[in-house]
Design a binder for this molecule. Structure first.
Ligand SMILES: [Zn+2]
Ligand SMILES: [Zn+2]
Length: 251
C-alpha cells in the first residue's frame, strides 16, 4: 500500500517548523506523492503565523498545481473549548481547501475537572469547515470513541493517524490503536499524515503503516491511499475543483 498525499504538514510560517513551502512541495514531488496539504497552525498556537488572517487568506497566491503536485491551502486549526470553537478566522475560511482540527494543550480552555472532550469533538463534527480530526488519541483529552467515531464517519470527517505521534506523543499510541480498531469496526474513513515540521519527513509514515498492517486495516477506508478515492472525497467535501487549472493540468 502506498500513501499518495500527505495532508498535514507545516512550514516556516509556524516558527517551530523549519522548511519553506517550496521545500515541502519539492520533497512531496521527490517522494512521488500526488498531493500535499500545507496546514500551518491557527493563530492561538504559540509560534503561529503572526497576522494570521493575512497569512491564511493570501494562501490563494499559491497555485493549486505546482510541479505537478496538488497543493491544498490549509490550516491546522485549534480546538479551543468544550463547545468545539476553533480559531479559523471568518476572513480566512473562504480560502481554505483543507482544515485539520486538533487539540493542543496551550490552546484548549476548560474549567471542568474531568477533561472529557466528547462535547468539543461533537461541535467539530458539526462544523462544515473541518475535514480532519487531528491526532486525537492524546490521553490528556479523552473522549467517547465508541460514540464519536460513527458521528465523524456520518459527518464526512476523516480520522487522522499521525506519524509524528509515534515520536512526539508516544503516550497517545495505545489510544491511537484503539481508535483505529474502532474505525475498522464502524467503517469510518481515515487519513495517514506525517505532520512534518521539516521537509525530510514529508511522505514518510513507517510506524503508522506498520500499525495499520498489524490491525489488518481495510485499505478502502484509507482515503489517501488511492488517487481516485482521494479525488472523490475532495469533490464531495471541498471546493478545490472549482479551480479549473486542476482539470486542465490533468489532476
Ligand atoms: Zn498538532
Ligand atoms: Zn501539526
Amino acid at each position: 500500500m502506498k500513501i499518495i498525499a500527505d495532508l498535514h504538514t507545516h512550514t516556516v510560517a509556524s516558527t517551530h517548523a523549519y522548511s519553506t513551502l517550496q521545500e515541502m512541495v519539492t520533497a512531496a514531488s521527490q517522494m512521488g506523492l500526488s498531493a500535499i496539504a500545507v496546514t500551518d497552525h491557527g493563530v492561538e498556537m504559540p509560534g503561529a503565523p503572526k497576522a494570521g488572517t493575512w497569512y491564511f487568506s493570501n494562501l490563494r497566491s499559491i497555485p493549486h498545481l505546482y510541479h505537478g503536485i496538488l497543493v491544498l491551502r490549509g490550516q491546522e486549526t485549534n480546538v479551543l473549548n468544550l463547545e468545539g470553537k476553533i480559531d479559523l478566522e471568518k476572513e480566512a475560511e473562504p480560502w481554505m481547501d483543507w482544515v485539520v482540527a486538533s487539540i493542543h494543550p496551550p490552546c484548549f480552555q476548560s474549567e471542568e475537572k474531568q477533561n472529557d472532550v466528547t462535547s468539543a469533538w461533537r461541535g467539530i463534527a458539526e462544523n462544515p469547515a473541518v475535514n480532519v480530526i487531528g491526532h486525537c488519541g492524546d490521553p490528556r483529552f479523552p473522549f467517547d470513541y465508541e460514540k464519536m467515531i460513527p458521528i465523524f464517519r456520518d459527518a464526512g470527517k476523516l480520522i487522522e493517524l499521525n506519524e509524528a505521534t509515534f515520536s512526539v506523543r508516544s503516550q497517545s499510541v495505545s489510544n491511537c490503536k484503539k481508535i483505529m480498531q474502532l474505525c475498522k469496526k464502524y467503517s469510518a474513513p481515515i487519513v495517514v499524515n506525517s505532520d512534518s515540521h521539516f521537509s525530510a519527513n514529508v511522505g514518510k509514515f513507517p510506524k503508522a503503516l506498520a500499525l495499520l498492517q498489524e490491525l489488518n486495516f481495510p485499505e478502502e477506508l484509507i482515503i489517501n491511499s488511492n488517487i481516485e478515492r482521494f479525488k472523490k472525497y475532495l469533490q464531495c467535501y471541498t471546493r478545490v475543483f472549482e479551480d479549473h487549472a486542476l482539470s486542465e493540468g490533468g489532476f
